[in-house]
Ligand binder design. Sequence first.
Ligand code: FAD
Length: 362
Amino acid sequence: MSAVKNRSMQSGSEIIIIGGGVIGLATAIELRLLGAKVTILCQSFKAAAGHAAAGMLAPQAEQLPIGSMLDLCLASRDLYPEWVQKIESISGVDAGYWQCGILAPRYTDEQGIDWLDTQSIHQHQAGLSQSVVGGYRYPADGQVDNRALIQSLLIASRSVGVQFQDGVKVTTIHRSQGRVTHLETSQGEMSAQHYILATGAWSQQLLPIAIVPRKGQMLSVVVPIEHRANLPLQQVLFGEEIYIVPRRDGRIIIGATSEDVGFAPHNTLQGVKQLMTNAMRLFPPLQDFPLHETWWGFRPATPDELPMLGASNDANLTLATGHYRNGILLTPITAKLIADLVWHQRTDNLLSAFSWQRFESV
Ligand SMILES: Cc1cc2nc3c(=O)[nH]c(=O)nc-3n(C[C@H](O)[C@H](O)[C@H](O)COP(=O)(O)OP(=O)(O)OC[C@H]3O[C@@H](n4cnc5c(N)ncnc54)[C@H](O)[C@@H]3O)c2cc1C
């Protein structure tokens, strides 16, 4: 069932990546830099979850249990500074990477390892709710401005020679004898030697794999002009029911709801109310900040909330999807591991826990 065993790809080989979000773009760049000829087919660049995210790089604040997912996330966080610099130097577009640290305030006493007591958490952040009794601080976690990142990736992909075709929907993956033969698209039939599925929350429309959209509503406020010189928040607040992500330009991103409503579009009053209430509860100064924007997006959720990476049922189709709530964080490691797998047939141990086959007997 291995996707690429015994097949050596030469320079000039053609790869089609279906989906042009952060995962498709970053993987395309990696493969192009290795010498591959890469085309991305993207139904709607604008719809990608990469635009909607908060951009937190938060393996520790997420409190992932010890195991493969934590290892993958930490490896990706380690890659970030150098990787983002590479993308920026190709594109000339700053992606807003900021290792600002994450503070995780709590309303109830936990006394875990590295617990900050009431006095120290309030020392770490002025303006927190008086109901905050303690929390944790993760200085190595941080953020990237995901909207800037996805633009930076788009421009970088084009400058290295990736063909990015926006507005092209793949409607059917045609297969025969364990291989993909060609794609049917809104622009006609297309084929390549190898295919990579990076279609995020829409993946189930093309393959029978267990990925569903999990909607997240978001909003942003801006720091009033008189406070811009000394921003009141310079680290992410990762609360029990809300996160608050300050950007260096004065925007503050607030998220997120988590809703099983299919691809239902729009912000709802209930969603926005939930965000506003929880944000003002955690950090009351926000109540006087002007509302800037509201939006929503769709996380690609698998049953165990872990990504699907690597070989598929077809020898020339590789999966890079299902990144759920950590796809921005996992972009550099996914791009590296998938490019290595497809181009060099090198399977990293980190990949083994994320095979789609873990759901096969379900
Ligand atoms: C509200 C919200 C907050 C988030 N916050 C964070 C965060 O703080 N940190 C973090 O690490 N992650 C976060 N995420 C998760 C992250 O955004 C996603 O995991 C990541 O963007 C997934 O990237 P992707 O490239 O797989 O999918 P997407 O970015 O969704 O891109 C998929 C692309 O494939 C295209 N496509 C789909 N079907 C087809 C088809 N048939 N033919 C052609 N093209 C197709 C789509 O049009 C789309 O452009 C958040 C997500 C949301 C929604």
